[in-house]
Design a protein around this ligand. Sequence first.
Ligand code: FAD
Length: 206
Amino acid sequence: LFDAIIVGSGPAGTFCASELRGRNVLVVDVGFRPARIPDLGGNLYDLRRSRPDMFDDLIGSDFEGLHNTHRNNVSLKLKSPGTAYVIRDWEKLSPIVSSSFEGMMSFAQGGLANVWGAGVYRFNSADLEGFPLGAEELAPYYDSLTEHIGVSGTNDDLVPYFGADSGLMPPVRITRFAEDLLRQYEKKRQAFKVQGITMGLPRLAV
Ligand SMILES: Cc1cc2nc3c(=O)[nH]c(=O)nc-3n(C[C@H](O)[C@H](O)[C@H](O)COP(=O)(O)OP(=O)(O)OC[C@H]3O[C@@H](n4cnc5c(N)ncnc54)[C@H](O)[C@@H]3O)c2cc1C
């Protein structure tokens, strides 16, 4: 009936589906969706001007979106009433038992990428040591993904850590403070290097 059935519509599942385009593909997902918060479309500036109070929608009437209330070890991004659905019920549906790390899972349509920071970094050879695939074998797939989603950034001093990307879009504008910091770094690159400090621009899927 189907050439392939993909379980999960997070970044991994959607890119698999994209690579299989043209075939008969079914993507299934548990698919939790956000609670409908009325009139919360558009940009924040317009929203702030048009709505007197967004506390309940963004922070929550029980302060659940704030740090150190309710659950500590969860990113603030995942606590707000509009985003809490992303990790809804994960401990019940797929508990992780570990004494060495704390994990979390998503059963939301689109997965954890609903709240991600859009930072996109390639695994390099050091990261992949002992793994059956090397950085060079992965490079064509990273290149294809870079072209597909559009990654802004530049090949700067961070290349040894993040890998060299081809087909990057121009880097995003950074704040004046960050610009100044980078300028100072570039002037004293050698001194920073001795201290083991390297700086550069982020690679962002925007
Ligand atoms: C706050 C935050 C910020 C992040 N920022 C970044 C960042 O800047 N850069 C970066 O690279 N990564 C970031 N990440 C991590 C990134 O979001 C995840 O690595 C990525 O989403 C994993 O993709 P995935 O497709 O493997 O899994 P997921 O995104 O977890 O998707 C899994 C999907 O499978 C579905 N599913 C699972 N089990 C079943 C089942 N049995 N039946 C049906 N459906 C199922 C789920 O509903 C979900 O849709 C961030 C994560 C968080 C939480």
